[in-house]
Design a protein around this ligand. Structure first.
Ligand code: SF4
Length: 241
């Protein structure tokens, strides 16, 4: 991808600006791939996979050119804002980032989401074992149940990542929009996970000891996130809500 391609994408009216900012990155299941610049870039990059030494050389040369362009843009921005990147400024920035990350990690909804990811992983292992036992007999889960498992697998750690980002962004006034967008996609993921686990519980009551705590945790995560980000449910994600 070269800078000219990027500027063409930015001005392409077919693409929705920022649609990828608050999506769930599940491109295979996304109904808006044709409107998304990230998807378009990934498709173009995949089509340009290097296949020879010469192509590899051009590939790395393009990356070097992009680095030079990125540094040039950064320099221009810093000059325009009158900022000088001193060592002390960088150290202060590191300290601020660390403090912000620690506060976010201790937020209640983030801790619950971390716990959920761990327990969901254990429950999914039970289903994996069941699947491998049935495989030699030529039996697999019916499609709706396999899809429900796909859903909970996809969102298992996603909730933690997005709630952590929302909590970090909320510490800064200019990050409020990002906090609400990140919390919104986390809430969507929690709703879908609840629904998928509900289906699995209904179909496989023998896994209820693993599933019930997950349903409870998801409900707690939802109420904590809604309390921490009261405007998140109303946030309109570009192209998705
Ligand atoms: S908006 Fe859709 S296509 Fe684009 S990155 Fe997100 S999931 Fe993938």
């Amino acid at each position: 991808m070269i800078p000219e391609d990027l500027s063409e994408l930015v001005s392409n009216p077919r693409l929705i600006p920022g649609i990828h900012n608050y999506c769930d990155r599940w491109c295979e299941r996304c109904p808006r791939t044709l409107r998304c610049s990230v998807f378009e870039i990934e498709q173009r990059n995949a089509a340009q996979q290097p296949s020879s030494d010469q192509e590899n050389q051009s590939f790395w040369k393009a990356i070097e050119d992009s680095l030079a362009l990125a540094l040039q843009m950064l320099e221009q921005r810093l000059q325009a804002e009158g900022i000088e990147l001193t060592d002390e400024l960088l150290r202060q920035s590191d300290r601020d980032l660390e403090q912000s990350a620690n506060r976010a990690a201790n937020a209640r909804c983030v801790q619950l989401a971390r716990q959920y990811a761990r327990l969901a992983s254990q429950a999914l292992e039970q289903f994996d074992r069941q699947r491998s036992q049935c495989k030699p007999l030529g039996i697999d889960f019916p499609k709706p149940h396999a899809e429900a498992l796909e859903i909970v697998s996809w969102y298992q750690s996603f909730l933690y990542t997005k709630l952590r980002r929302a909590t970090e962004s909320a510490q800064d006034e200019i990050g409020l929009d990002d906090a609400n967008g990140s919390a919104k996609v986390a809430l969507v993921a929690a709703d879908r996970s609840l629904s998928a686990w509900g289906q699995l519980l209904n179909a496989y009551p023998e896994h209820q000891d693993a599933i019930f705590p997950l349903l409870t945790l998801l409900q707690k995560i939802t109420s904590e996130a809604e309390a921490s980000f009261p405007q998140a449910r109303d946030f309109k994600r570009p192209g998705l809500d």
